[in-house]
Ligand binder design. Structure first.
Ligand code: HEM
Length: 434
């Protein structure tokens, strides 16, 4: 019997999904597990039959939690989505590119200063958190709070059933998060800026606006929906590449394949494996009748490995046409953050690619994250040999030390001069920092 909570299944769910598609594509085991591409699409594309209220969890919304777009059904969903889309535009996302590159560059070079580092901790995790914090206009001095709140929101949703003292601590942090964001929304109302909160306040359609509650709920959802998912995408993609040296070599030889590699990584090892819906009426599917009120789980990870849609699905192939994958969902709830996730992962790959061929995975078992419906590793240890480290530019701290130190050629250079050298490709190996 398929058990999505079994650690063995979590380590590699794909053979289990293949068996489900083969033997019981519609499986009843309390909830209804839907595993074929065609049936998953049917569930996601028929919100009049399948309600997204189930995305709030089996017990519905926790007390005090304001419903957000991901748990809404039509017609509320449409009104909310079109208002939010006025603020969260492709242009706003595209404008983030230089800043995302700067952040990734800094993270990559900080990580590359030790011969072994955890790619999740040093790059894949901080990148999306920083980007969303800046997008929302969180003040830099509150970044650490923001990261903690983000973790707690994810934990509350993904891992319910914590001991009472943990719940009390999380509630106190949630209250601090509420207080900060309500203050920030009021502040932007008085002093509009070019951040997303200001854009959400100004969004208007047919004289309708988002309320403070709406904006607050959306900001909270961005943390849950946008952080861990992007972290997992970057981690899963690097892992797949390091495990497929011939694919990595293709990418190194032709970096224009990066966008296609991102799509293949989304298909091959989807960061969101399972979604949740309630049947709104009795529904006939695959020879069964799913009764009204039943919990339905469309398994995205399985749909993305369905051999009737993707040839040789267990093969990671960065040149395949992975379009049509459902890693970002399908239908009315299709991920609003998809352009941002694609941009962040493309830039992360571009920044990492020059060093990727030198990176090695240590021979240790990997541990997967606890949330059973998401997929990603807790840690991704990477070994970086010395020559690869020497090819990294020095950090600002290292440069400052060099400039201060007398007797070196660089000490005579002005800071601007050093920056020029950096732009021209000065590497740590050139100046003997290692
Ligand atoms: C690789 C990264 C990501 C993956 C795999 C992903 C996946 C998904 C999926 C599967 C859904 C559909 C949920 C459903 O049908 O119930 C979704 C919805 C959503 N995602 Fe993402 N997401 C990612 C990144 C992001 C980012 C970066 C943001 C925002 C900053 C974001 C914001 C949202 C929002 C707001 C929704 C709800 C849309 C709606 O209900 O209409 N996501 N995402």
């Amino acid at each position: 019997m398929f058990n999505p909570f079994d650690p063995e299944v979590r380590r590699n769910p794909y053979p289990h999904y293949a068996q489900l598609r083969e033997e019981t594509p519609v499986l009843q085991m309390g909830m209804w597990i839907i595993s074929s591409y065609q049936d998953v699409q049917f569930v996601l594309k028929n919100p009049q039959l399948f309600s997204s209220e189930a995305m709030a969890g089996p017990q519905g919304h926790a007390p005090g939690v304001i419903p957000s777009i991901i748990t809404m059904d039509p017609p509320d969903h449409m009104r909310f989505r079109s208002l939010v889309s006025r603020a969260f535009t492709p242009k706003m996302i595209a404008n983030l590119e230089p800043r995302i590159r700067e952040i990734t560059h800094g993270l990559m070079h900080a990580a590359g200063r030790s011969p072994e580092f955890d790619l999740v901790e040093k790059i894949a995790l901080p990148l999306p958190v920083r980007v969303i914090a800046e997008l929302l206009g969180v003040e830099p001095k509150r970044f650490h709070d923001f990261k903690r709140w983000s973790d707690i929101l994810v934990d509350r949703m993904m891992r319910p059933g914590a001991p009472p003292e943990q719940i009390a601590y999380e509630q106190a942090e949630y209250n601090a998060f509420t207080e900060y964001f309500r203050w920030a929304i009021e502040d932007r109302r008085k002093n509009p800026s070019d951040d997303l909160i200001s854009a959400l306040i100004q969004a208007e359609e047919e004289h309708q606006h988002l309320t403070v509650d709406d904006i607050f709920a959306f900001a909270g959802l961005l943390l849950v929906a946008g952080n861990e998912t992007t972290t997992n995408l970057i981690g899963n993609m690097v892992l797949a590449l390091l495990r497929s040296p011939e694919q990595l070599a293709k990418l190194v030889a032709d970096p224009s394949l990066i966008p296609s590699a991102v799509e293949e990584a989304l298909r091959y090892d989807s960061p969101v494996q399972i979604l949740f819906r309630f049947a709104r009426q009795d529904i006939d599917l695959g020879g069964y009748t799913i009764p009204k009120g039943a919990m339905v789980w469309p398994v995205l990870g399985s749909a993305n490995h369905d051999e009737t849609k993707f040839a040789d699905p267990e093969r990671f192939d960065i040149t395949r046409d992975a379009s049509g994958h459902v890693a970002f969902g399908s239908g009315i709830h299709f991920c609003i953050g998809a352009p941002l996730a694609r941009l962040e992962s493309r830039i992360a790959m571009e920044e990492m690619l020059p060093h990727l061929a030198a990176m090695k995975l240590p021979e240790r078992p990997l541990e997967y994250i606890d949330a059973f419906f998401l997929r990603g590793v807790k840690r991704l240890p990477i070994l970086l040999p010395e020559p690869a480290m020497a090819s990294m530019p020095p950090s600002p701290m290292e440069l400052a030390k060099l400039i201060r130190a007398s007797g070196t050629a660089l000490a005579k250079e002005s800071y601007a001069g050093v920056k020029t050298l950096l732009r021209r490709g000065l590497r740590r190996g050139d100046i003997g920092i290692l």
